[in-house]
Design a protein around this ligand. Structure first.
Ligand code: GLC
Length: 736
């Protein structure tokens, strides 16, 4: 990190208290404006969860009333658009946008998000998540780019470039924050913020690569994870924070803890019993900024005063923080400018529509899709709890789930739900569209349209878990849906989960369809009306029955404000689906972990009561055309793969070419295959192109038990194809 006279002079001038304040991030949504002003006068370094006039007022107090007038940096969770602002552009979740496998698109999403965040004046977003979701029981699966380290790293770099642009001083550039360091999604039992029994070798092999790419891309900040590694909380894990992140990766930005994790050391993880020890250990381990644990301020001053901690530790933390503030030009411009009028503008909405279209994954289709207007279809029934529920379509980290500043419950237009998208597609035809709610997703009702209780968001949570009571109370809606379906020529059924089942504190023990959705599907499937099921969910669900009973299945995840339009375009053939799964779907919950890059060695390779294969595999996704691979070659000198890809169907399309590598024999066990490169290629009907993809050393390296990385001589299998499945690939053997 560059040394800088301006920063060194400032540090020399700062009192111990001012250094402690600079290391603190205060949650305005918790302390309120009066206390926030007091912290601002103390010269606090950062605030979070505040926007608009309140944010500008706090910055005014910092810059006019604190002694050294060091501008504060304001952070917010703009993780799939600036979604905590009701008028902002709301993109597909990270998991949904990952289905695009499109680096350019994801960078554009980052740029638009940064512009809208910066237009509010905010200089920092706590994004991207680079954790891997290898067990979809984890509540925060939707926030990740899926299960694969290579895909997460590539898309993480893309969105960081979008956020930070070429110059952090740019009026529309904001600080990115790669999170949560490290291995957070790998906790035992996929339990949020729980202990992770992984080794540092495994960390280097599986979880570090995306963060290395983020650091190499100049990511300005990183966030420490809630959890612990083999009993040592990440917050005080200096082997991870100082050893890996600082010393090895050379990270030169600043490191912030997650929400109140210093107090979690006392309250939750119980490795300390007082604020002094907790604050000292967190600072000593390398955390530069402390999120929300305001007790840190007095405690750390006392620790230094009592000689338990060198003041130089605070100097180093403050130096990291001030260096980033200097790179952002905060002294010249204490608040970002962005582009006035850009929040929710048409150009930004175009990017959201493009993202929604590229995120649509066609999982199964017996030929019922695309639906053509061939007069056989006179009436279409749109049914299901997620058919017309924008909350389910938006998912987590939107102004419904984390409202800032006030609690908003009513959706803000524009957006297009699936029901509205279907109506759009059919508005110039004489095909009738009817709608029926069918049932709730998880015993929380959202009534709309033709029900006894219309318009209100009602929580009707049953006092007990009695299935009969639940069944009894929902049967009227199931029966009504059946009556509607019986009179129709096609059913479009929207199932999944909703935002009460996504995010922190929402890990699931059962990935099957919740509530009465399974019963609804069973009833509808007895009517011999074709069913197109659309999965609007925050994560993969164990839905073998849905696949069996549906004529087609489309996965939209949380596809953002225009997902309803994109899915409807796919159903009616205006859009040739191009999405590919960034995460595997289990056949049943007990099958997880079911990620594609498994190690070899499992006796039988399956449970006796479950198939070996996942329900759907990583990289899988159909389209209305087909792609053929041939001529796979590998140039050892340049480590470049070339392969011919042909569109053999009668519809233009976009193929996601995927390249995987297997190290046939290695001194430590390695995955049966790992994604090593991908790209998208436009192919007209009948067109063939030769695609070239460069592999980096990491594709052939292993991490030995002594944690060193090496490429061992021997045979490697290189595979290229349409998904991670063997049957979708062609392969060659190469010798190193
Ligand atoms: C939350 C999340 C983290 C988020 C932070 C600030 O608890 O773990 O991802 O950025 O707190 O909201």
């Amino acid at each position: 990190m560059e040394s800088n006279d301006f920063i060194e002079k400032l540090i020399a001038e700062m009192t111990l208290e001012e250094k402690a304040a600079q290391m603190l991030q205060v949650p305005v949504s918790v302390v309120g404006m009066d206390e926030a002003r007091e912290w601002a006068r103390k010269g606090v370094g950062s605030f979070l969860n505040v926007i608009g006039d309140d944010m500008r007022e706090i910055q005014r107090v910092v810059c006019e009333e604190s002694r050294l007038k060091i501008p504060a940096v304001f952070g917010i969770d703009a993780v799939h658009g600036h979604c905590l602002n009701r008028r902002a552009t709301i993109f597909p979740s990270q998991l949904a946008m990952a289905a695009s496998f499109d680096r350019e698109l994801v960078e554009k999403i980052g740029r638009v998000t940064a512009t809208e965040v910066a237009t509010e004046g905010i200089q920092w977003t706590f994004s991207p998540i680079l954790c891997l979701a290898r067990d979809p029981r984890w509540g925060r699966t939707n926030e990740t780019f899926g299960e694969d380290k290579y895909l997460a790293g590539e898309l993480g770099v893309a969105i960081i470039k979008g956020y930070q642009g070429e110059d952090l001083k740019d009026g529309s550039s904001v600080l990115a924050c790669a999170k949560h360091f490290i291995g957070y999604g790998e906790a035992t039992g996929a339990r949020d913020s729980y202990d992770t029994e992984i080794t540092f070798r495994k960390i280097r092999d599986e979880f570090l690569p995306p963060f290395r790419k983020a650091v190499d891309a100049g990511c300005a900040t990183i966030m420490t994870a809630y959890g612990s590694i083999d009993g040592t909380p990440l917050t005080i894990n200096d082997k991870a924070l100082r050893g890996l992140l600082r010393d090895e990766l050379g990270f030169d930005g600043f490191l912030i803890t997650d929400w109140d994790t210093v107090n979690s050391l006392i309250r939750r993880q119980r490795v300390c019993d007082n604020h002094g020890d907790a604050s000292r250990l967190a600072a000593a381990a390398g955390n530069d900024m402390i999120m929300c644990s305001t007790e840190f301020y007095d405690a750390i001053v006392q620790q230094v005063r009592e000689g338990k901690l060198q003041e130089s530790v605070l100097d180093e933390a403050v130096r990291h923080i001030l260096t980033i503030k200097l790179r952002q030009g905060l002294w010249e411009k204490p608040l970002k400018t962005g582009i006035p009028g850009s929040i929710g503008c048409d150009a930004h909405h175009e990017v959201a529509l493009k993202a929604a279209r590229e995120s649509v994954v066609l999982l199964s289709n017996n030929g019922v899709l695309p639906v053509r207007n061939d007069r056989k279809i006179r009436k279409i029934a749109v049914i299901g709890p997620n058919a017309d529920d924008i909350r389910a379509q938006y998912g987590d980290w939107t102004y419904f789930t984390h409202p800032v500043p006030g609690r908003e419950t009513e959706p803000e237009r524009p957006y297009v739900t699936l029901l509205e998208g279907v109506k759009e597609q059919l508005q110039d035809t004489d095909i009738k569209v009817v709608y029926s709610y069918g049932c709730s997703v998880n015993r929380r009702f959202y009534y709309k349209g033709n029900y006894p209780d219309t318009g209100a968001f009602m929580e009707q949570v049953y006092a007990d878990n009695d299935h009969d009571a639940e069944f009894y109370k929902e049967m009227p809606y199931v029966n009504e849906a059946a009556a509607v379906a019986r009179e129709s020529d096609l059913v479009i059924l929207a199932l999944g989960d909703n935002y009460t089942q996504a995010g922190e504190y929402t890990d699931r023990a059962d990935l099957g369809l919740s509530g009465m959705q399974g019963a609804l599907l069973r009833v509808l499937s007895t009517l011999h009306v074709p069913i197109v099921t659309v999965l609007i969910s925050s994560k993969p669900l164990a839905i073998p029955d849905v696949v069996k009973k549906s004529d087609a299945v489309i996965c939209a995840f949380n596809g953002g404000m225009y997902s309803g339009r994109a899915v409807a375009e796919a159903i009616f053939g205006k859009l040739n689906p191009r999405g590919r799964l960034p995460i595997s779907f289990p056949v049943m919950t007990g099958q997880v972990p079911v990620y594609y890059n498994q190690l070899p060695g499992w006796h039988e390779g399956r449970y006796v009561d479950c198939p070996a294969e996942p329900l759907f595999a990583f990289g899988e996704g159909l389209s209305y055309t087909w792609y053929e691979y041939s001529g796979l070659k590998f140039d050892k000198e340049t480590k470049t793969v070339s392969v011919d890809v042909k569109n053999t169907g009668d519809m233009d399309g976009v193929e996601v070419v995927q390249v995987y590598v297997n190290d046939v024999v290695s001194s430590v066990m390695t995955a049966v295959k790992n994604l090593a490169a991908f790209c998208t290629v436009d192919l007209k009907a009948g067109e063939q192109k030769t695609v070239e993809l460069k592999l980096d050393d990491e594709a052939f390296s292993i991490i030995r038990p002594d944690e060193t990385s090496v490429i061992e001589p021997g045979e490697f299998i290189i595979m290229a194809g349409h998904s991670s499945k063997d049957e979708d690939q062609i392969k060659i053997s190469v010798e190193f």
